[in-house]
Design a binder for this molecule. Structure first.
Ligand code: COA
Length: 260
């Protein structure tokens, strides 16, 4: 497995845990770390031994406290646009992965950290986790997809409020808003995320990937999501796993899916 400067990677039982490892900077995303996340997600795409991924932060305090403000401070109009586009591209890779990706939010998820968590398919948060898009404090707005994904997840009114006030919210409130799937004690964060992924990994992988594709289609204005769904449904019916799943039901046994 490739080596990384700012990430720790650990593959166990098909689940790749990607830990952002800049704890002294509250795991702030510098450009190098964004590139490394891209490479790690490419590994998730390419490596057939990887069936799912967890993204988390090193240390007890922060998931990711945002993009690295020391780098942001140096941006010009031209470099800022490519900075945002590059980050958006990496986060879109996470969102479009046909293998499930969970954000295990172990503390502050601010700015680019909240955006990274929102690009994952689900979010499990520790009780002390805090979420927010505080960019307006810096004279900025979210640039890694936050204006779009926060609005998708919590609705227009609350997204407007969170992004305009820069308020931080706790894990419980984030769950009430639909930003977070589960809130658990810190020590159960990885166990809970693993449990969810193991449950998903027991299902037909092709079908899981197509669920992700169809749900993402809801938010793509260029796509007719119902047509995407019908096509995906038809694709499932050509798979060996469909034959296995339906046969296992009729034969009253557990299916053994292969991903074909
Ligand atoms: N970019 C770069 N460095 C960051 C950072 C970021 N987004 N967030 C935290 N850090 C660094 C701090 O500069 C500090 O480094 P230092 O020890 O070399 O001075 C270190 O991480 C610890 O942060 P600190 O601010 O001392 O911790 P705290 O407990 O007092 O406050 C936060 C925690 C999260 C409230 C505070 O760090 C913060 O507001 N961070 C910025 C959040 C933000 O605006 N994110 C959006 C960026 S677009």
């Amino acid at each position: 497995m490739a080596t990384y400067e700012n990430l720790l990677l650990d593959l166990q039982n098909g689940i790749l845990t990607i830990t952002i490892n800049r704890a002294d900077k509250l795991n702030a995303l510098n450009i190098e770390t964004i590139q490394e996340i891209r490479n790690a997600i490419q590994q998730v795409y390419d490596d057939s031994d990887i069936k799912a991924a967890i993204i988390t932060g090193a240390g007890p305090k922060a998931f990711v406290a945002g993009a690295d403000i020391t780098e942001i401070a140096e941006l010009s109009e031209v470099t800022a646009r490519s900075f945002a586009e590059r980050g958006q591209e990496v986060f879109a890779m996470i969102e479009r992965s046909n293998k499930p990706v969970i954000a295990a939010v172990n503390g502050f998820a601010l700015g680019g950290g909240c955006e990274l968590a929102m690009a994952c398919h689900m979010r499990v948060a520790a009780e002390h986790a805090r979420f927010g898009q505080p960019e307006v404090n810096l004279g900025l707005i979210p640039g890694y997809g936050g204006t779009q994904r926060l609005t998708q997840l919590v609705g227009k009114g609350k997204a407007m409020e969170l992004m305009m006030t820069a308020d931080m919210i706790g894990a419980q409130e984030a769950q009430q808003l639909g930003l977070v799937n589960h809130v658990v004690p810190q020590e159960e964060l990885i166990t809970k995320s693993t449990e969810i992924l193991e449950k998903i990994m027991g299902k037909a992988p092709l079908a899981i990937g197509l669920v992700i594709e169809c749900v993402n289609a809801v938010f793509n204005n260029d796509e007719n999501g119902y047509q995407t769904e019908a096509n995906a449904f038809a694709r499932c019916c050509t798979s060996e796993d469909f034959v296995e799943g339906t046969s296992a039901f009729i034969e009253k046994r557990k299916p053994a899916f292969t991903g074909n």
